[in-house]
Design a protein around this ligand. Structure first.
Ligand code: MLT
Length: 263
């Protein structure tokens, strides 16, 4: 499905139809198909909305700079068009950074938060420099070069060796993202604010999920978020790295399903 508003065009999946609505925000450099194992499996417990962020998947990149707030505004426009006043906001990695931005701007639209394989801290100076290097690499060699660099951190070594079909699907998903969208996101990632002060402001039920073997946003970052958000629960998914929802969909879905039932 497609939302068109002024210069904005957002492609999204919309499945299920219960009272609760779940918004799934993908990470970098990915698109809404990251959530394929969630959109169908969770549609019996909630309406599931999975958009392509601007510049990713089938959503084009309008002119102008992009920040985490830009993505959050787009998602708010989408929910507004769909007449969904309150939603469970779930974001993986960059999706989590966007979930924090969304919460800061639109707290009254948030029924609950799910923060998967993400962190509240901003980039260190070294990581910021790495974002600039990656943007230069994309300009030079295309998005696939950055995808190749990041790929080994997305899944566990066991999955990469024993499940070539999963590894190939993730590689393809990462390398097909449009270069201009990837560059815009790298700048938004580099310049994102510190969301650590936001932790104490969260007053909605929060579930934090992390792959036990996530090295990009390791479990200690999740523990820090759990300790900072009042009443937050943490689910650590065994045999999963950064894309815990894709690598261990059953365990991930079970944690989300259990959480949604408590709302
Ligand atoms: C992501 O998965 O969205 C990215 O790895 C986030 C990041 O690089 O900080």
């Amino acid at each position: 499905m497609k939302l068109k508003r002024r210069e904005l065009e957002i492609s999204y999946d919309d499945t299920g139809g219960s009272q609760t609505a779940l918004l799934l925000i993908h990470g970098f450099p990915l698109d809404r198909t990251l959530w394929s194992a969630q959109t169908s499996a969770l549609s019996d417990v909630s309406r599931v909305i999975a958009p392509d962020l601007r510049g990713f998947g089938e959503s084009p990149l309008p002119r102008g700079a992009v920040t985490m707030d830009t993505y959050a505004d787009d998602l708010h426009d989408l929910l507004d068009a769909l007449r969904i006043p309150r939603v469970v906001v779930a974001g993986l990695s960059m999706g989590g950074y966007i979930a924090f931005a969304f919460y800061r701007k639109y707290a009254s639209s948030v029924r609950a938060l799910i923060l998967a394989d993400t962190r509240s801290m901003p980039d260190s100076p070294e990581v910021k420099k790495g974002r600039d290097d990656s943007a230069a690499l994309v300009r030079d060699k295309g998005a696939a070069a950055v995808a190749e660099k990041m790929f080994p951190k997305m899944l566990t070594p066991q999955t990469i060796t024993a499940h070539a079909e999963v590894a190939n699907a993730v590689r393809t998903l990462m390398s097909r993202q449009p270069a201009e969208g990837v560059i815009a996101a790298l700048i938004a990632l580099r310049d994102r604010p510190d969301s650590t002060p936001t932790l104490a402001q969260v007053v909605v039920p929060t579930l934090i999920v992390v792959g036990a073997e996530d090295t990009l946003t390791p479990p200690k970052d999740s523990e820090q978020m759990r300790d900072g958000i009042r009443g937050a629960q943490l689910a650590v998914i065994p045999n999963a790295a950064h894309l815990s929802n894709l690598e261990q969909p059953e365990a991930f879905n079970q944690a989300v399903r259990k959480f949604l039932k408590t709302l």
